[in-house]
Design a protein around this ligand. Structure first.
Ligand code: FES
Ligand SMILES: [Fe+2]
Length: 442
């Protein structure tokens, strides 16, 4: 038994490794390709949940802005004079022109290209042509951009299109507590990739809610990740989010699990452990690795290590935040990986998949290892990639390859519902939470 597992801060967590707490709603194929279903998701779910709109580091100065386009909607996120951040629907209040046409930039104020109405950073209309020619007097000072609830967490600005949205902390519960040790808000986004994929956005929520696909889709991981469900923690939270913790050690499915295979060897050597010491008992090196990191980490500038629990030094913590964000805290370099899918504006069979690698600011480090090779320890620009043409990165290409074929299979008259193992309970759980939104239970 693992003696160092981070205690679950929420007594309300449900066992996510069993279907006992589920209703058994079918996961039908139309959920992935029907336009009507896509519109129900928009009306009842996307317009109510919290979205990641921008990274705070993209908005260092007053007037800096980022536009987040989501389907046909557009949200303008602006750093204010007092350094707070506001989010507005990106639409001119005069006659509905889209106000800002750039994706990012910096402006002292926002001027509409149609009739020249000008808005201050706080959304107040400050200039209108022939302002005396309006019934009731000048619209300046009376008219404002429509503001949305927005808050920050993990170095990101989140917003909701629902003016009655729950506070972000309540919506995310218990994610903020689960990430308390990680210091994500101070991390650096060293890699940011976006790729258009011919599949429904929900493939990623499904995929990241189970580790059952690891042995087949990511066979290389068996050298370092124990995906055995009997050793894995599965949790479901009342808020609709889930967590899975896999132990960082060779899987019993590895070719020779008791020998130190190359990926495990590399991890041990990085912390000056001699793989020979673990010959015939490779899985036991997990505890030695924790100890080595604990002792040597702070000396080598890896200060984040002193904040982490033992398990957090070696194990893989996957958090699926409903509906479309997955945040995985990994043992490699203290990285936190964020994955997000968003639907195509009109086609339910297309989506964008984003990957962000967040790295701690280790003292003395100027570059870090990523799935794209060594990268500077600095905020990275967005790379727009094409799936099937560009290399998105290691395990991501593996997941995406399956996703596009699954999308085809889900059209078959021969598919009615998923036949899930108990360890995949969170896949159905995700769809049940979605149904709660669609049927106005959430
Ligand atoms: S629509 Fe913006 S000024 Fe007329
Ligand atoms: Fe995967």
């Amino acid at each position: 038994m693992d003696m160092h597992r981070t205690p679950d801060p929420t007594s309300a967590a449900l066992d996510g490794g069993t279907s006992e707490n589920l209703r058994g709603d079918p996961i039908t194929g139309d959920r992935y390709w029907s336009k009507a279903f896509m519109e129900r998701e928009w009306e009842h779910m996307w317009t109510r949940v919290w979205h990641i709109g921008a990274r705070l580091s993209e908005l260092p100065e007053p007037g800096d802005f980022v536009v987040h386009n989501f389907r046909h909607e557009s949200v303008l996120i602006v750093r204010q004079q007092d350094m707070s951040v506001k989010a507005f629907f990106n639409v001119c209040q005069h006659r509905g022109n889209r106000l800002v046409w750039f994706e990012e930039g910096s402006m002292p104020s926002f001027t509409c290209a149609y009739h020249g109405w000008r808005y201050a950073l706080d959304g107040a209309l400050i200039e209108a042509q022939d302002s005396e020619n309006f019934r009731g007097g000048s619209p300046c000072g009376r008219v404002r951009l429509k503001e949305l609830p927005s808050e920050s967490w993990a170095g990101f600005v989140w917003y909701s299109m629902d003016e009655n949205a729950l506070p972000l902390a309540e919506y995310l519960d218990p994610m903020q507590a689960l990430f308390a040790n990680r210091g994500v808000e101070d991390m650096v986004r060293v890699l940011w990739r976006r790729v258009a994929v011919d599949t429904n956005w929900k493939f990623a929520s499904d995929n990241f809610n189970e580790s059952y696909h690891l042995p087949t889709v990511h066979p290389q991981m068996r050298q370092i990740v124990d995906e055995d469900y009997k050793a894995t923690v599965f949790e479901m939270y009342p808020s609709g989010h889930n967590r899975m913790i896999e132990l960082g050690r060779p899987s019993m499915r590895a070719d020779s699990p008791n020998d130190v295979e190359p990926l495990w060897e590399a991890m041990l050597r990085e912390w000056n452990l001699d793989p020979a010491d673990f010959a015939g008992r490779a899985r036991e090196a997990r505890e030695a690795l924790q100890q080595a990191k604990r002792e040597k980490g702070p000396l080598s500038g890896h200060h984040y290590i002193s904040r982490l629990e033992d398990g957090e030094l070696t194990d893989h913590y996957h958090h699926t935040i409903f509906p479309n964000v997955t945040i995985t805290a990994s043992p490699f370099g203290g990285f936190v990986h964020l994955f997000r899918t968003e639907p195509h504006p009109t086609d339910p069979e297309k989506c964008t998949f984003e990957y962000m690698a967040l790295a701690p600011r280790n003292e003395g480090q100027v570059e870090v290892a990523t799935v794209a090779g060594m990268r500077p320890l600095a905020e990275a620009p967005l790379e727009n990639l094409i799936f099937g043409v560009d290399d998105v990165g290691d395990f991501i290409d593996q997941d995406l390859s399956v996703a596009v074929m699954q999308q085809r299979g889900l059209h078959s008259r021969g598919y009615r519902d998923a036949c899930l193992s108990e360890q995949e309970a969170r896949v159905r759980r995700f769809h049940e939470v979605l149904n709660d939104y669609l049927e106005d239970r959430r």
